[in-house]
Design a binder for this molecule. Structure first.
Ligand code: NAP
Ligand code: 8YV
Length: 333
């Protein structure tokens, strides 16, 4: 994380004056965060701008990580200085366009690692042991007709993690307690970690029983999980996605599940959320959750606190708790 810089050691003049600081909300946020933002700032809602002149006075943008904050939006917000993202992923934000305008982007890393890793384990158990199907089996009264089908053992199985960052490592820690044999791919091998590295998702998929994606979204990972990867994973393999829908070629995923190229999938994220393709919703071999991996009271509160702390630090002229890595150079200028 960056050191204090000249840019933030002195309070910018405009933020010491008496007028309220005006900010713009660009997505749905939890009520508790909206309440706290309203206490500290004058907040406008992007969908209900009563006073178009307000856009010129807005100095901060707040929204979810997938919410589009693009060059076009930034061009109508000439005074924005900070984009505070509610989420660790910020694939919706055009960071390059922000940097060109001297706008710093912040996010909420770290505080959600445990919850996302917990849900990833939940999906691994749900697909391998078919827990949702077993639940329906009991509730439907089908047990009287005979026992539930046998399922796949998770303990000791091979897990391939695509993206061994903060959350990937929290997943690996949990999977280790299940004696899973962990290997991974990432942009770079991690010399300090004991797991075997593979140079691509395809090479990794060929070696494992469960392939789990937990990378950022955006251009660099777009479609990196495709039919070639599913063919390498094979008919006994399962795919788990807690990263972003864009990481997967969705038509390939649907075909791989329909044609039993892979055995099944556990998905928390999708292309075009929350409109989930009926082809996915009607598949028998998937367990689906509604992008809820960080969705506990405790973690969403911690994420909200980090959104508030990033804004407060900026306006107080203090060191930012969590700027995105691409903005380091901007902060050091
Ligand atoms: P992180 O610490 O930055 O880790 C990202 C990992 O992905 C790193 O290992 C990185 O490789 C790897 N990676 C990045 N680009 C890649 C590429 N092009 N090819 C292969 N690997 C690549 O991030 P994090 O905090 O773990 O969060 C990861 C992502 O999880 C977020 O960006 C978000 O998309 C997703 N997420 C989803 C939920 C949910 O609700 N489902 C919640 C939170 C986060 P290096 O280590 O080599 O840099
Ligand atoms: C959030 C996430 O639910 O942090 C992320 O990247 O995907 C989730 O924790 C999402 O960003 C809320 O907008």
């Amino acid at each position: 994380m960056q050191e204090n810089t000249d840019m933030y050691q002195e309070k910018p003049e405009r933020f010491t004056q008496m007028e309220p600081i005006e900010i713009l909300r660009v997505s749905n946020l939890h009520t508790f965060l909206i309440d706290d933002l309203n206490k500290a700032y004058m907040m406008h809602d992007h969908n209900h701008i009563n006073d178009p002149e307000a856009l010129k006075r807005v100095v901060a943008v707040v929204g979810g990580g997938e919410t589009k904050v693009d060059r076009k939006l930034l061009s109508i917000l000439p005074n924005v200085k900070i984009i505070s993202v509610f989420g660790v992923g910020y694939d919706g934000v055009d960071v390059q366009a922000a940097i060109e305008r001297g706008i710093v982007v912040t996010h909420t890393p770290g505080v959600l690692n445990d919850d996302v890793a917990d849900l990833a384990m939940g999906l691994l158990l749900s697909v391998s042991r078919q827990i949702p199907k077993a639940d329906q089996f009991v509730k439907a009264g089908d047990w009287v007709d005979g026992p539930f089908n046998l399922t796949k053992k998770l303990t000791g199985a091979k897990l391939g993690i695509v993206g061994l960052g903060r959350i990937g490592q929290a997943i690996a820690k949990r999977a280790s307690a299940f004696d899973m044999k962990i290997s991974y791919t990432a942009r770079t091998p991690k010399a300090d970690l004991p797991y075997p590295y593979f140079p691509s998702a395809k090479a990794l998929a060929a070696e494992v029983d469960f392939l789990l994606a937990i990378t950022p979204g955006g251009a660099s990972t777009k479609g990196m999980i495709n039919m070639e990867v599913f063919e390498a994973l094979g008919p006994n393999g399962y795919f788990i996605n807690v990263a972003r829908g864009s990481v997967v070629e969705q038509p390939d995923l649907i075909k791989a599940l329909q044609d039993k190229v892979i055995a099944g999938a556990g998905l928390d994220v999708y292309y075009d959320e929350p409109r989930i393709s009926p082809e996915i919703r009607h598949l028998p071999n998937v367990v689906l959750t509604p992008h809820m991996a960080s969705g506990t009271f405790e973690t969403r509160r911690a994420m909200a606190d980090l959104v508030l702390a990033n804004l407060a630090a900026y306006f107080a002229g203090n060191k930012l708790p969590a700027p995105v890595p691409e903005c380091q150079a901007l902060l050091e200028e």
